[in-house]
Design a protein around this ligand. Structure first.
Ligand code: HEM
Length: 252
């Protein structure tokens, strides 16, 4: 929440002479930290989830590992629910603090669009993509997380593929995948620039390098995600007549 002094300073451009509020800086920091954590989570998530590319057994074993099978016989899906609750809480915090950056009126939005067309500036375009993908993720990320919180037992090579193909969740995953990879990639790039993480002795050259690495990562993750989604769809298509039947572990 902005306090009155800070708001007055923002509106008048005058320093009140009193000690400035640390709140905006704290909120900014909270946004960076929650964003960084979520971006790292997504990088691991898409990697783990691509285990389907190695086969149904690989994805099944990994799912059971996350359910704590080495310690609990048969695994406990509630562990996944708990993880999803933690991620959802972080997701809500991150989205909540990001709200202050959304255009707050149609007038503000129009002015932004006019500036964007006028400037054709790269960072302005990135900001636009981030706001748009963030808006999409508000809805689609919530749908996905709600399913993971309430139906953690329905994760596996057949259960996931049935959901994606027969329950027609693939269009949602396709849009969510593109949004989350672009949003995460741009977010990471902005964090690198903002906090000057890899600036070193030649910030310009190093920022160019960071940009190239992020572009590469975005491309790789998009391809990986699309390949996984395609594989789940293929399995779901082949499994449609046995919809609902669960995968049975192969004997070791
Ligand atoms: C603990 C929390 C989460 C769990 C347990 C989880 C689990 C899963 C699972 C099992 C799938 C495979 C499809 C299915 O079974 O329905 C999947 C796919 C996916 N998830 Fe998550 N997820 C979590 C959080 C998130 C978040 C926060 C996002 C982004 C906002 C996300 C984005 C995606 C995307 C884009 C796919 C499709 C990936 C592809 O096409 O390769 N997930 N997730």
């Amino acid at each position: 929440m902005l306090n009155r002094e800070y708001t007055t300073e923002l509106l008048t451009g005058k320093d009140s002479g009193k000690r400035k509020s640390r709140m905006p800086a704290r909120i900014d920091f909270l946004q960076s930290v929650s964003g960084l954590f979520l971006a790292l989570f997504i990088m691991f998530h898409l990697l783990f989830e691509s285990s389907i590319l190695l086969g149904k057994e690989a994805m099944y074993r990994l799912t059971k590992l996350f359910e704590g099978e080495p310690f609990i016989e048969g695994g406990e899906p509630l562990i996944i629910s708990a993880l999803a609750v933690i991620i959802f809480s972080l997701f809500v915090v991150h989205a909540g603090v990001a709200l202050r950056k959304f255009p707050s009126s149609y007038h503000e939005y129009r002015r932004y669009i006019e500036h964007k067309a006028l400037l054709a500036h790269n960072d302005t375009n990135l900001w636009y993509i981030q706001i748009t993908t963030g808006f999409i993720m508000f809805f689609l990320g919530s749908i996905h997380l709600y399913m993971m919180m309430t139906q953690p037992e329905n994760i596996g090579p057949y259960a996931s593929s049935d959901r994606i193909y027969s329950d027609l969740m693939w269009p949602m995953y396709l849009v969510l995948l593109i949004s989350v990879v672009l949003h995460g990639g741009i977010g990471m790039y902005r964090l690198i620039i903002k906090w000057g993480w890899f600036d070193g002795k030649d910030p310009r050259a190093n920022r160019r390098k960071s940009r190239a690495i992020i572009k590469l990562l975005v491309g790789v993750y998009l391809l990986l995600g699309l390949a996984s989604l395609g594989t789940y769809m293929k399995i779901g298509y082949e499994h449609q007549n046995d919809y609902g039947k669960r995968y049975v572990e192969q004997k070791k």
